[in-house]
Structures are given as C-alpha cells and as structure tokens.
Ligand binder design. Sequence first.
Ligand code: GRF
Length: 212
Amino acid sequence: MTEEVFVSPRKKGKIAVLISGRGSNYMAIHDAILAGKINAEIALVFSNKEDAPGLKIAQERNLETLFLDPKAYSSREEHEAEIIKEIRNRDVDLVCLAGYMRILSPSFCDEFKNCLMNIHPALLPSFPGLHVQKKAIDWGVKYSGATVHFVTADVDMGPIVIQAVVPILQDDTEDTLSERILKEEHKIYPEAVRLFFEGKLEVRGRRVYINR
Ligand code: GRF
C-alpha cells in the first residue's frame, strides 16, 4: 500500500482559532503574524463560551469573532456542522485549537485532516487529557513540556509537529509548572504555524517531517 503524504501549502494563509478561555496561545500566534513572522491572517476567532476572555480581547484586536452556543443545537454534530460552515465560508487553510475545551467528533477531525492543530501542555503521548501539569508532578517525572500536534479522532494522539521540554523542579506546583510550560507553548505554536504556511511540514503516517 502506498503511504499517504501531505505537504502543507506555501501561501499566505487564513487561520481560524477555536478557544474556550483566555486565549493566550492564539494571541501569541497573532503577535507573530503582526511581527511579520507568519505569512497568514486570523480570519476567525471562534468560541463555544460566550464569556471566554479571549473572545473579548480578539474584538479589541479587531479580529472577527463568533460564539455559537452548543446548548442551542440538538446534537454535537449539528453544532459542529455550523462551525464547519462558518470556517469554510472564510476560506480557512488551518484551524488552530487553542484551549478549546470540547472534544471534536471524528467527522470534524476528518473534515480538516492535516489542517487542524492543537497545543497540549505535556510531552505527548505521555499525559493526554486534562490537568496534565498536576499529573506530571504527581507522577514524579523529571521533564514535561508542550506539544503541537495535528488533530485526529484519537484525542491528543495525532502526528506530532514540535515539542518543547520543560524540566520539573522539586518545588514546582501545578501553577509554577503551568506557567513555565505556557512560555514554551507561546514559542512553539507560532513556530508550527509559521512552518505550516512556509510549506515545510510533511506528514507521513504518524510522523511529521520538517523540511528546512
Ligand atoms: C494551554 O495550556 C494549552 O496547552 C491547553 O489549554 C491551555 C490554553 O491556554 N490546550 P490559552 O487559552 O491559550 O491561554
């Protein structure tokens, strides 16, 4: 069987970000765009939470925002179908999950195969899921970090684009470790998006090659 190969497009791209909370990761991406480091624009900041602080800041940054209340739909699929329509209407090339706290259905993941990214505050495949900074401390691992990965239906298990390693210190609390990991997140997420739109990411099965 021939292996499926995906190469990211080299173009000025459009991004949709999906958030549920403070949105510091999409802001780091936006800052990198404004600094001329990423050849793209943010076409939409979407949230499933009306009061997400990141949504208000997006408006202050003159970014287009959209809130669609999941409770207004009879099923997850209907809610997602509307999100897909809004994203497609804007000719988006890359969807970035940035603290989006809803599990996406397999059909949503398939719709945006190879153009749906997420940032996770641990070194995947260790510590998938929630509260992973605390879990890493409790487990006693010496290193954690952050992972940018393509999203597949298998939650937190898609092909890994970039990782950053953060040592765990003896006196770390969930807060101090989260803070140091977040600093790395703000570096590697914009970097992954930059590489995507420079046509430098090649996905072969589980592996993402970075063609410099
Ligand atoms: C980050 O820690 C990210 O890794 C995780 O959710 C958090 C979102 O933070 N997926 P922010 O909303 O981008 O500030």
